[in-house]
Design a protein around this ligand. Structure first.
Ligand code: MCN
Ligand code: CUN
Length: 797
């Protein structure tokens, strides 16, 4: 095992900022991955396995007139062709979504988005299955599609969900937070108000591995084993039991190695259900794996928020209030996979990191003829949109007041002594020292020098921009009193067993998709009971082997499951104390703990290590009353609150006025995720999220033409940032532990995706400000930037 030392001293690091034991431990899972020994769903091959393929609709909105499957069934190798009519008979044509809506598994009445699932072919190999798709004859009666969410509530708009009883429009929900009357009063009396329509465009998580499943239903035992790309195997098991009527104890869900999730693998897709139906119908295991275009066209779209934002302030720059009304395009099915009872997730946090007097938001959700949206993409469930809104508004306010955006933020950030801070929409931020983080990012960036450089460049006609964002994240869903998924409280279990020779296995309910849980969760146990991490096996991703829990998304693994793991280790440590006392023939209260060992107070030479205690537990030592002969424990953890990590980001861009190309020259990211477990893994998480941000801010488009055709269905159209588009990230950190987490840790997995787009767009707008530009919608592509500055006289500075 190699233990790398903390490198580069960080100006803010102090004793409290040291990571927990084993710090930058190299990832335990990597020897498997770098040798090509990862085991993904598509690597699973079962005896007699068949292959499924989905026929998808080429049109966005159409009545289904007829389907003729006879030619496909006659194709060599084809075993079964399943249509919506077949599913109706099984009661499986419509599946519940995670948000009290239903989604068609296969079209029965009407196609509602391009790419929707129409039929499922099961064949002896995937080529036969794919070939047979072309032999299915479908007669569509094409209808005018609803593409523009702004027109969704017009009286003459096509009605997407006309199958729902009594439904004559496309309205899904209205939701609000904050206090409208108070907010309006503050706005009415404010010196300065700025308003802006701010659009967070549709985006897609696009993980390296697409979604897929292998279903194996054993008709003799009645047991369903489902291997699937899932971020939440236990929640999926319960849902499958509810949907398919298979008893829950007869369902085993296995999520092996997952090649990236980013929210794409939270929900349950028709393809998973079809693989199960295929296996039940044929009596053989059935594999279904999406191709790239299917993934990009039909699964898990995120964002799509049209936000009218307003911010009110005094003339000397004290921000008083924020208000916004949002139109949310949820696509054809409200399949939003998020764990809160609020239809806009954690959008509450649009109040940002500022000490405000009042705030109000209202969100209206609508159906359109697009693939289900409103789902998840490294987002903490709408925190991305909320942070983008407030951070753009603060910059627009700074421009209006002609003050430096860093100064405006420093003046308004919540102060350390105000924590725990109740924001104006009812959430309590657990801990923070915001000014310290912003000042650190400014010193790392050399902020004043950058502004000087910018002035000199402007004099020469060069376009350089500096953008800041400060964000507060909301992660660690969550307290069961606040949130659930279809009635399942957001709690997580952990089981720890120490074997007789002192090696251990910890079983967890969350599911890594690349975040390194096998390493960091072993580090937490190592810290708590002193067994080295290489002696601790982390088991996850198999419902038959792990305790119940709600899975990995919303950066909840560390805040919830990590807490469970720390507590289960403490439980084992306490049990070990009683066993050690029996072994040492003393009283438990006479023992003292040092990492890995209980010893007699005042006589450190007399003690027992965890390994010795484990042998004692399983051995012949006479155990005290109530202590059984093992060194095991289990817990289920219900967090008292969410955790609120935060960060201060500074982006420097150069814009080429001739082509409109934006180059991100520098990016400084200071993150605070409380106590840090593994700084190397944290940096990896931050680098990935920042790269996502470059994609969203500068490159990625999912447009639909007027017929509802998705124009972003391949990586030729939906661009993925590479090393070519990103700078060398400059990361720093501060440490403000969470007061309610057993080891003080907060999540980090989505922080950089949340925080980076506003920093980048703020930098682009800053670069273009000499043209009088105060806002630009993402993505700031060369074409858009170039068009924005054409015909605009540049005032002399
Ligand atoms: N960590 C740490 N110290 C902390 C906080 C976290 O060392 N104070 C470590 C954790 O122990 C874990 C990793 O950082 O190994 C991420 O932890 P956490 O913030 O708890 O997030 P989750 O593990 O719950 O991961 C989910 C999050 C989400 S929601 C998305 S989306 C996303 C992200 O993680 N998807 C990812 N990062 C990803 N990284 C990879 N490689 N692949 C994905 O699909
Ligand atoms: Cu919001 S995407 Mo992540 O929570 O799986």
């Amino acid at each position: 095992m190699t233990i790398l030392q903390e490198h580069a001293p960080n100006p803010a690091a102090d004793d409290a900022g040291r990571p927990i034991g084993y710090g930058r431990l190299q990832r335990k899972e990597d020897p498997r991955f770098v040798r090509g020994r990862g085991h993904y769903v598509d690597d699973i091959t079962l005896p007699g396995m068949l292959h499924g393929a989905i026929l998808r609709s080429p049109v966005a909105h159409a009545r289904l007139v007829s389907i003729d499957t006879s030619a496909a069934l006659a194709h060599p190798g084809v075993v079964a062709v399943i249509t919506g009519a077949d599913l109706l008979g099984l009661g499986l044509a419509w599946a519940p979504t995670l948000s009290a809506d239903v989604q068609a598994v296969l079209v029965t009445d009407k196609v509602r988005f391009q790419g929707q699932e129409v039929a499922f072919v099961v064949a002896e190999d995937r080529y036969a299955a794919r070939d047979a798709l072309e032999l299915i004859e479908v007669d569509y009666d094409v209808l005018p599609p609803l593409v523009d969410a702004r027109k969704a509530l017009d009286p003459d708009a096509p009605v997407v969900r006309d199958e729902m009883e009594g439904r004559t429009d496309n309205h899904i929900f209205d939701w609000e937070a904050g206090n409208k009357a108070e907010t309006d009063a503050v706005f009415a009396a404010a010196d300065v108000v700025v308003s802006q329509e701010i659009v967070y465009p549709r985006s897609h998580p696009a993980p390296m591995e697409t979604c897929g499943a292998v279903a194996d239903f054993d008709a003799v035992t009645g047991k369903l084993t489902l291997y699937e790309t899932s971020q939440a195997p236990h929640a999926h098991r319960t849902l499958f039991a509810m949907v398919a009527g298979i008893p829950e104890h007869k369902i085993r869900i296995v999520s092996p190695d997952i090649g990236g999730g980013f929210g794409n693998k939270v929900g349950i897709y028709p393809g998973y259900i079809l693989a199960v139906v295929g296996s039940i119908v044929t009596g053989k295991p059935v594999k279904w794996m999406e191709d790239r275009s299917e993934n990009l066209m039909s699964t898990s779209f995120a964002r799509d928020y049209i936000m009218q934002g307003e911010i009110a302030a005094t003339k000397d720059g004290k921000i008083l209030a924020v208000r916004t009304s949002v139109l949310a395009d949820h696509g054809a099915f409200n399949a939003t996979a998020q764990p809160t009872k609020y239809p806009a997730g954690f959008f509450h946090i649009f109040t940002g990191s500022y000490d405000l007097q009042a705030a109000h938001c209202s969100v209206t959700g609508v159906y359109t003829n697009k693939a289900p949206g409103g789902v998840a993409y490294a987002c903490s469930f709408r925190v991305t949109e909320a942070v983008y809104l407030i951070e753009r508004l603060v910059d627009i306010l700074a421009a209006k007041l002609e003050v430096d955006p860093a100064e405006l933020r420093l003046k308004n950030l919540i102060k350390p002594e105000q924590f725990p801070y109740p924001n104006k929409t009812g959430w309590e931020y657990d801990s923070g020292n915001y000014e310290r983080a912003l000042r650190l990012s400014m010193s790392m960036a050399g902020y004043d020098d950058l502004r000087r450089e910018q002035r000199a460049k402007r004099d020469r006609g060069e376009l350089m921009g500096i953008g800041i964002s400060f964000f507060t994240e909301t992660v660690g869903a969550g307290p069961r009193k606040h949130m659930d998924i279809v009635g399942l409280g957001m709690n997580d279990g952990a089981e720890l067993r120490v074997h007789p020779t002192g090696k251990a296995v910890v079983r967890i309910s969350v599911q890594s998709q690349g975040q390194g849980h096998e390493t960091t969760f072993a580090q937490i146990v190592a810290e708590e009971i002193g067994i080295p991490p290489e002696d601790i096996d982390v088991v996850h991703g198999d419902t038959d082997q792990t305790p119940f829990g709600l899975g990995t998304y919303g950066s909840r693994s560390t805040p919830v499951s990590g807490a469970a793991v720390a507590l289960v280790a403490r439980k084992v440590r306490e049990k070990a104390r009683f066993i050690a006392a029996a072994m040492l023939e003393t009283r438990p209260e006479d023992l003292e703990w040092e990492k890995g060992r209980w010893f007699v107070k005042g006589d450190p030479s007399v003690g027992k290590t965890i390994a010795e205690i484990a042998m004692g537990a399983y051995g012949t030592v006479a155990l005290p009353e109530g202590i059984d002969g093992n060194l095991d424990a289990e817990v289920t953890y219900d967090p008292p609150n969410l955790t609120f990590p935060f960060g201060a980001y500074i982006c420097v861009v150069d814009v080429d006025p001739g082509t409109g190309h934006v180059a991100v020259r520098r990016f400084v990211a200071v993150d605070d995720c409380g106590t840090r477990i593994n700084p190397m893994i944290i940096e990896g998480q931050v680098h990935g999220g920042l790269t996502d941000g470059v994609g969203m801010a500068l490159m990625q488009f999912i447009e639909f033409d007027e017929s509802g055709n998705n124009l972003g269905g391949s990586f030729m159209d939906y661009l993925i940032p590479t090393a070519m588009e990103v700078p060398d990230w400059e990361t720093g950190y501060t440490v403000t532990p969470s007061p309610h987490h057993p080891i003080g840790a907060k999540g980090i997995g989505e922080s950089a995706t949340v925080g980076s787009p506003p920093a980048i767009v703020n930098a682009v707008v800053d670069a273009l400000s000499p043209f009088g530009i105060t806002h630009m919608d993402m993505p700031c592509t060369p074409a858009r930037v170039w068009a924005a500055i054409q015909g605009r006289p540049r005032p002399p500075i």
